[in-house]
Design a protein around this ligand. Sequence first.
Ligand code: PRT
Ligand code: ZN
Length: 283
Amino acid sequence: MLRIAVQNKGRLNEQSLQLLRESGITIKEEKRKFLMRAPDFPVELLFLRDDDIPQTVAMGAADLGIVGYNEVAERGCDVQVLQKLGFGGCRISLAIPKGERYTGVEYFNGKCVATSYPNVLNRFFAGKGIKANVHTITGSVEIAPAAGLADGIFDIVSSGGTLISNGLVEVEQVLQSEAVLIGTPGLEEEKMSIVRQLMSRFESIRTGYGKKYLVLNIPQSALDEAVKILPAMRSPTVIPLAQSGWCSLQTVVDEVQLWDVIEQLKGIGAEGILVLALEKIVL
Ligand code: PRT
Ligand code: ZN
């Protein structure tokens, strides 16, 4: 039996549970408790605040945890980062009031910076030889400069909207983060074999994120050109059509490239283009 710590509410909760569901680990949420056993996999889930997950895993009270890398970096607990999970992406950045002249990280010498991530920030400043006053506050860090509590902030940024609405400008991106799977160091082989099985399922799901399955018809004469346009995993599947001179192409495309690829394919005569949702890619 493997115990996995997940966030009990908050931003990573739903996607963590969805990843587990898609991996075949379902829990009945309507009567959710602190600790729940999955009926269909040798796993139980422990629901915690994200702040407590790294330490719980380091102590071995949970074997695995799903948590933002930012929390792992801040807590400095003895855990193994086993896998990036491809959601919860954000960064921790330094930001200062708009209109301030910023010439480089030396700007922060002698300045006061408010943050909930003092350890990450102190390490960054120490590495750059900056002597600043790091002021630890929890919650609403972004209002600290306007409230006269700090000259700048060091906080999580995702879209950047919160900084803009508080009159702040991001000047240094210090740490890139996403949800990660962490594990207790030195798990016994029996548990590790379940961990490996889970990680391979997670990887299949992650590989499918942001990808679409594209099906289209193309004149045989344009096939070579179409193959050059399509960024397939190996090469696209080509199936002849009943109508002579035409074939069907099937391939996987990154969502970000999708419209570009479609327009290029239409330009060489593609027709009947279907874009289908892709659930998993098992490598
Ligand atoms: O209650 P608990 O302690 O479990 O949760 P929490 O309130 O500490 O964390 P929660 O649920 O807010 O976030 C959990 C994790 O989500 C974080 O540790 C990050 O790894 C990740 N994550 C991803 C984010 C964001 N994106 C994010 N945008 N965490 C917080 N934010 C906040 C940020 O603090 C700032 O206030 O959103 C604001 C900035 O967002 P933008 O889009 O305006 O830039
Ligand atoms: Zn938290």
